[in-house]
Write a new protein. Structure first.
Lengths: 710, 192
């Protein structure tokens, strides 16, 4: 062995290098306080190693970035750990860097002759910030997308060219990912390595800034083995923290980025939250320039000047005071940002009870009197002043609570946005897998267009959004088991208080047996509750709130006369009609019951009963129901009632079903008038499928299990 | 964190053997812990890197419809057809599209054609049928195969891989699509 090593040493001189690096002399001996620099180098090493492996898994384009990360995280052995380590090591690096910088400043290690090395350290710090910023975008999820967009817009306050170059055009897209990826995995790490080499070389040149307190005069130790051991133990501790975090709190992957979908939960990583909060205080066109570029720039500039400022004892104290101020300031800003976001989770609602009650009353008055209300067209502050009238004390309480109330509302929106984002993220992971009978496993099955296409075509998540936007101003969607996705308030019309406002049937479980039983129930068909205290119309599950309620010889009249006081035979008839009609809807959640009805002959009985007269007439007198039942009545055509096709037709153009009986339901996509179209057939289909609860892999426990695994 | 209270190494020669021993223990510990933390980041990376080897895959091929007998009539020379099938690639699922090629060689009226994979068993280039010479020729290393798949000349260790043919219904030609390791003298199926 020795001759070989001698040969190698002769050719390379490696022994001198090893000796030089291991036997650096440490005045005063090894210390735990010297480990921070080494841990930083170690974490960077971890990032390089895990980063290169992630590189092998990552595919930077708008159709594959999210998908490749999803695949790595949920379908590749060890993928979650690899990504988790990279994710948390980045954050630990910020903390370690902070400690390192603080130590250098407090110990005065920036002073002569180490000024240049201090500057290199500052440059390294900026590079690490850049790595954090660029890395946040790469998974291409909603969170990274929207947060990074803000960051590039800030760069845009200097000049439009900067974000355009970074983003590769005016809009975020594949070019943004390829560029950010090259910057994140190539440019910045290479620069960092170059600077780090100089940083370490200069560090060795000047030696450690020794702390000699408590040490014997003249006592020295070599770097090896004492300090190396301490460094290694510190690195081990750091590694354990990173692995523990990766294991216990799996790195997050939100829903795929969607420029068309607002994302109210967008926040930068925690280490940039102070800047995020800071920007709230700088309004106007130049606000972001001052808040995010000029002031932080001055701050960094001052840090570059620290070696000169710190020449005198006072100057050094000034530097310490400055960095302490910056630390406390950023800390406070971070806490403020978190507090504003999670205010609603922390504050007891009773603290805003008075102002909430006041706004409820104001809302009622506005509904009652519309523009005639004294609150009309007023800011909340003024509304409360009017509400309190001459009661000064009350006004003070209300105004005091108003601030809290507004913060509460903002925070509530944020928290619900976070929740909604989690729901979408979980859902898209359910949709991303399909059962493969050959492999007998759930395999990732994302279409080549990307996972966003899955989410956009998903009735379960898109249906409620579209319903809220286009339908919920008239229709309710509520009942036991319904997700409380929106609240519909039907205010009474202000002019008279008599006029029936918009308000159409509750569509929760539309066309199901219960729903039909309700509309054929004399007590419920025209049920409506007008509350003159809150000035609202509510509890009108069927026709109670529509013009159909007042039609002469209409449906409501028929139900209330012919179907009232039925004998048991009549009740059976109604039951059969309901079962037969509801089976036409082919609702997925009712398919078992429909099958039973078919085999037990209830459906045939129902179709027969449809043509049998009650007191004044039969259903078939007005309604067509397939080719066999067609007596030329002008009531809605019930052929395939409640089915996907029927509902699509109904929403596209209700007059095709209701004819002249249509009350105020608009035609959302009239086939004969494309320019009047408000909704595409695809979107109508999403609403219909959602109302019918007809969506892929609903209640598919296997898919959910795969999505939640790892 | 301050270690000033713990026993300190002393440079005086009287104590040197004890110091050496302590130094050795510390050195070994430092090397062990340092080695562990330096190697650990490779662990999840290598897990990911080697994950394809641990994938649950099956042999046995896949029956795929290629064409009809009618399309083969009128000529005796082999013709190239596309193998069309759905496939998965990492996270993607693709609807059926061409995934490979296959030669169907007519065997005369009343007999099913023989099917040969286009993959050259030498190093995996795609062979072409040359009607002039009546040979399958590999464009890469000039291996050549007879119409029945036997190696004529060149470096290929075995003849063209024949795939089982099944006639379904009236005249549908189906093949049992498989892939084999190249460069081996025996056929070894690659599981998918």
């Amino acid at each position: 062995m020795k001759p070989i090593l001698d040969w190698l040493d002769h050719r390379t001189g490696y022994r001198a290098i090893v000796h030089e690096s291991l036997y650096e002399n440490i005045p005063g001996g090894s210390r735990w306080r010297y480990v921070w620099g080494s841990t930083l180098v170690f974490v960077f090493f971890v990032q390089v190693v895990t980063g290169i492996f992630l590189w092998m898994a990552y595919s930077p384009s708008t159709q594959t970035a999210w998908e490749s990360i999803y695949y790595l995280q949920y379908h590749v052995h060890g993928g979650w750990l690899l990504r988790g380590i990279h994710h948390y090591a980045a954050q630990i690096m910020m903390i370690l860097m902070l400690l390192h910088v603080l130590q250098v400043i407090i110990d005065g290690a920036y002073k002569a002759p180490r000024e240049v090395n201090f500057w290199f350290g500052l440059l390294l710090m900026l590079i690490v910030f850049g790595l954090g910023l660029t890395g946040y975008l790469l998974p291409w999820d909603q969170k990274g997308y929207w947060a990074t967009k803000v960051a590039t817009e800030i760069a845009g306050s200097v000049g439009r060219e900067i974000p355009e170059m970074a983003v590769g055009g005016p809009d975020y897209g594949t070019q943004t990912l390829t560029r950010f990826f090259a910057i994140h995995a190539g440019v910045l790490p290479a620069t960092l390595i170059g600077l780090l080499v100089v940083h370490l070389a200069l560090f060795r040149k000047h030696g450690i800034t020794a702390k000699l307190s408590g040490r014997r005069e003249g006592f020295r130790q070599d770097f090896w083995p004492d300090q190396v051991l301490k460094d290694a133990v510190a690195c081990l501790a750091v590694l354990l923290v990173i692995v523990f975090l990766s294991w216990q709190f799996r790195a997050e992957l939100g829903a795929p980025a969607d420029a068309a979908e607002n994302y109210a939960a967008a926040r930068p990583e925690w280490y940039f939250l102070f800047l995020f909060q800071f920007l709230k205080y700088f309004p106007g066109e130049y606000g972001k320039l001052i808040g995010a570029v000029v002031l932080p720039g001055l701050l960094v500039m001052f840090m570059f000047l620290m070696p000169f400022v710190g020449r005198s004892r006072t100057g050094h104290r000034l530097n310490i005071a400055f960095i302490a101020l910056v630390m406390v300031g950023s800390g406070v800003l971070t806490l403020l940002a978190l507090d504003e976001d999670y205010y609603a989770a922390r504050v007891d609602r009773s603290q805003i009870a008075e102002v909430e009650a006041a706004f409820d009353q104001i809302a009622i008055d506005l509904r009652k009197n519309g523009q005639g209300s004294p609150y009309s067209d007023k800011e909340q502050t003024e509304q409360l002043a009017v509400f309190a009238g001459s009661d000064k004390a009350k006004n003070n309480i209300l105004q005091d609570q108003l601030v809290r109330y507004q913060r509460y509302r903002t925070s509530e929106n944020f928290i619900s946005a976070v929740h909604a984002a989690e729901v979408e993220a979980t859902r898209v992971k359910e949709l991303a897998v399909e059962w493969d009978p050959q492999a007998e496993a759930y395999l990732p099955s994302i279409p080549p267009q990307g996972a966003l296409a899955l989410l956009r075509a998903d009735p379960k998540t898109q249906g409620p959004k579209l319903f809220a936007r286009y339908c919920a101003s008239c229709h309710d969607y509520s009942g036991e088991g319904a997700e409380p996705v929106f609240t519909t308030i039907h205010p009474l019309a202000p002019e008279t208080g008599e006029h029936v406002p918009n308000g159409a049937p509750n569509l929760y479980r539309f066309a199901s047996r219960e729903w039909l039983a309700g509309i054929l129930d004399p007590d419920q068909v025209a049920k409506v509750h007008i509350d003159r205290n809150t000035w609202t119309v509510s509890d009108a599950p069927y026709y109670g709130n529509t013009n159909i309620a007042d039609e002469e010889f209409g449906m409501v009249e028929f139900v209330q006369t012919d179907l009232a006081d039925l004998d048991s035979q009549g009740k059976n008839k109604i039951r059969d009609i309901i079962n037969a009609l509801s089976a036409d809807a082919k609702l997925p959640y009712q398919s078992e019951l429909d099958k039973q009805a078919e085999t037990s002959g209830q459906i045939a009985a129902g179709r027969a009963a449809f043509m049998e007269a009650f007191d004044s007439g039969a259903c078939s007198d007005c309604h067509r129901w397939g080719d066999e039942i067609d007596d030329g009545g002008d009531g809605p055509d019930l052929t395939n009632y409640g089915s996907r096709e029927w509902m699509m037709k109904m929403i596209s153009n209700p007059e095709h079903i209701y004819g002249d009986h249509n009350d105020r339901m608009p035609a959302y996509d009239p086939p004969d008038n494309p320019s009047a179209s408000q909704l595409s057939q695809e979107k109508i289909g999403l609403i219909v499928d959602w109302i019918r609860q007809d969506w892929p892999s609903s209640g598919d426990k296997g898919a959910a299990a795969v999505a939640n695994k790892e | 964190m301050d270690m000033s209270t713990s026993p300190q190494t002393d440079p005086s020669p009287a104590n040197s053997s004890g110091e050496d021993r302590r130094g050795l223990v510390k050195g070994l510990l430092a090397a062990a812990i340092g080695g562990f933390v330096a190697l650990f980041p490779f662990f999840p990376g290598l897990l990911v890197l080697t994950s394809p080897l641990r994938k649950n895959r099956k042999t046995g091929g896949q029956m795929i419809r290629i064409t009809t007998l009618g399309a083969l009539a009128g000529s005796d020379s082999p013709r190239r057809f596309q193998v069309i099938a759905g496939r998965r690639d990492a996270w993607n699922k693709f609807s059926p599209e061409p995934i490979a090629g296959v030669y169907l060689a007519p065997q005369g009226e009343g007999n099913p054609p023989r099917a040969f994979s286009v993959t050259c068993p030498h190093l995996g280039c795609a062979v072409d049928y040359n009607g002039d010479t009546g040979e399958y020729q590999c464009p890469c290393h000039t291996s050549a195969f007879a119409a029945d798949g036997q190696t004529l000349y060149g470096p290929s260790p075995r003849g063209l891989d024949e795939l089982a043919v099944e006639i379904r219904g009236e005249d549908e030609v189906w093949i049992d699509y498989k892939r084999f390791e190249v460069g081996k003298s025996k056929q070894i199926e690659i599981p998918s």
